[in-house]
Design a protein around this ligand. Structure first.
Ligand code: FRU
Length: 495
């Protein structure tokens, strides 16, 4: 497909040819970049995670899907469930665009167990005759058989006065004796805002106001805001679009940001003592992360390992993107930490202990399958480079430069055999404490690499597109001993 017209993008699902859909599924299955343990679409384009929740004895996770090509078109929620956050059952479509209030897409939102049902809260995207946008905040109930019934009328039928129809991505959370709804918005001056509503019964929602969490301007729109509580402190995750890079430096087209407060004040609709904004992740490809307070006490998150408006090599094969691994969020020293949930240990197969001296280039392990977990500790005052997805000569690779004397790592995509979105730079750097040992946990999976630094102090999520034979893993540099472990990982079910 060369040109994706608006007519094609919004064509009703039933009008697509079955053979065409089957070909897309086959092309995806046969792709070299098909992942083994990351959530990815069966065909077409995946974007935001939606409705991440625990209900009826299982984890539920939905994602935004346009199934007919690698473009943003008529969106649905696609449903997966799991008992271990690692293996997923394909539950099929969760919400389809089949209603006058969501005719042009079932957009992002969240889920909340209420009684013996799961409430799905989402944005119904509608385009009028002149393609003008309308945005309805909608609900649906999912029962214990995963049967979904949409609530006919929107629970918020229009943006409030003073705001445009860029009003979407509701998050519903229990709060005190009732509920709060947090939503992304744009005011009439085209400034990005986060609005908060309150309800006692999930039916009548009253606007509390704009959430005060920063004095800085958040650009022209805020997407996918979500509020969680870690150690009782409010943590807001959100995606400002068009925010000045002087507020908090970032290189991706749009950043995924986080702000931590001391407390949440619903009377004044604000975070008390908000810290400066931080990047949630320092990699090349992360957006629309959704987090929730799980009933087991953990705060879990999952992100879209992709970005709006960018192109990726799998576009040629008719599909795009995946989700990050599910992570647990914690706060230490006023900083947000994130690590893949402990359940990922279930993926581990053969283990190899690693130990050696950093020096001339050497293989950490020979010939990987690009499907592994690497845990490595590099000594203080050493310098060098780890090469992932490298060819035998190490001409091409995803490089991670480390300098533990000056406290710095740089992830470098410039020497990949298939360059990627170079317009947004080819390196990402994280500053660390000087003269300190560095611990890395790396999850490689065919076309994605998730790197966790110093037990989750920083995360870097990046897509990579190695070509055939680019499966080597090298280390070189100067000084000191490294130690670690390498595990081959199995595929998760669903993939
Ligand atoms: C973020 C986003 C959301 C919207 C959804 C549509 O990536 O633009 O704001 O609900 O994607 O797919």
């Amino acid at each position: 497909m060369n040109e994706w017209t608006t007519e094609m993008r919004y064509r009703p699902y039933g009008q697509w040819d079955k053979d065409y859909s089957q070909k897309l599924i086959t092309a995806k299955k046969n792709s070299l970049w098909h992942m083994n343990y990351h959530i990815q679409p069966n065909s077409g384009l995946l974007n935001d995670p939606n409705g991440f929740s625990y209900f009826n004895g299982r984890w539920h996770l939905f994602y935004q899907l346009y199934p007919f090509g690698p473009v943003h078109g008529l969106k649905s929620w696609y449903h997966l469930s799991s008992t271990n956050l690692v293996d997923w059952k394909d539950e099929g479509y969760g919400l389809l665009p089949d209603n006058p209030y969501d005719s042009h897409g079932v957009y992002s939102g969240t889920a909340l167990p209420v009684g013996d049902q799961l409430l799905l809260a989402y944005t119904g995207n509608v385009r009028g005759e002149n393609w003008e946008r309308a945005s309805y905040q909608m609900g649906a109930w999912m029962d214990k058989n995963n049967q979904v019934t949409k609530i006919e009328q929107p629970f918020i039928p229009a943006p409030p006065k003073g705001y445009t129809t860029h009003f979407r991505d509701p998050q519903v959370i229990p709060y005190e004796k009732g509920y709060l709804l947090v939503i992304g918005a744009q005011n009439d001056q085209e400034e990005g805002k986060v609005l908060v509503y309150q309800s006692a019964d999930l039916t009548d929602w009253c606007l509390l106001g704009e959430l005060d969490f920063t004095k800085e301007s958040m650009g022209f729109m805020v997407e996918c805001p979500n509020l969680v509580f870690i150690d009782e402190r409010p943590v807001l995750l959100f995606c400002p679009q068009g925010m000045a890079q002087s507020v908090t430096p970032y290189d991706n087209i749009y950043p995924n940001m986080v702000v931590i407060g001391d407390a949440f004040d619903s009377d004044d609709v604000k975070l008390i003592n908000p810290q400066p904004l931080q990047n949630l992740d320092y990699g090349f490809d992360i957006y629309a992360t959704q987090a929730f307070n799980a009933p087991d006490g953990r705060v879990l998150s999952v992100g879209w390992a992709g970005l709006p408006e960018l192109e990726y090599p799998t576009d040629e094969e008719g599909w795009a993107h995946c989700l990050s691994l599910v992570r647990e969020l914690t706060i230490k020293d006023n900083h947000l930490y994130q690590l893949p949930v402990a359940e990922h240990k279930e993926l581990r197969q053969k283990q190899t202990a690693l130990k050696g001296t950093i020096g001339l280039q050497q293989a950490l392990v020979e010939n990987t399958t690009n499907c592994y977990e690497l845990e490595i500790t590099l000594p203080a005052n050493s310098e060098g480079v780890l090469s992932f997805f490298a060819d035998e000569q190490n001409n091409y690779q995803l490089a991670l430069h480390f300098d533990t004397k000056n406290g710095k790592i740089t992830l470098d995509r410039s020497q990949m055999s298939l360059p990627l979105n170079e317009k947004f730079g080819t390196t990402r750097t994280v500053e660390l404490t000087q003269s300190r040992a560095l611990k890395l946990q790396v999850f490689a999976d065919q076309s994605i690499c998730e790197i966790f630094v110093n037990d989750g102090e920083y995360a870097l999520t990046s897509r990579v597109f190695p070509q055939t034979g680019e499966t080597q893993l090298f280390i070189e540099g100067t000084q000191g001993e490294y130690t670690g472990n390498y595990w081959e990982l199995r595929s998760s079910s669903q993939n």
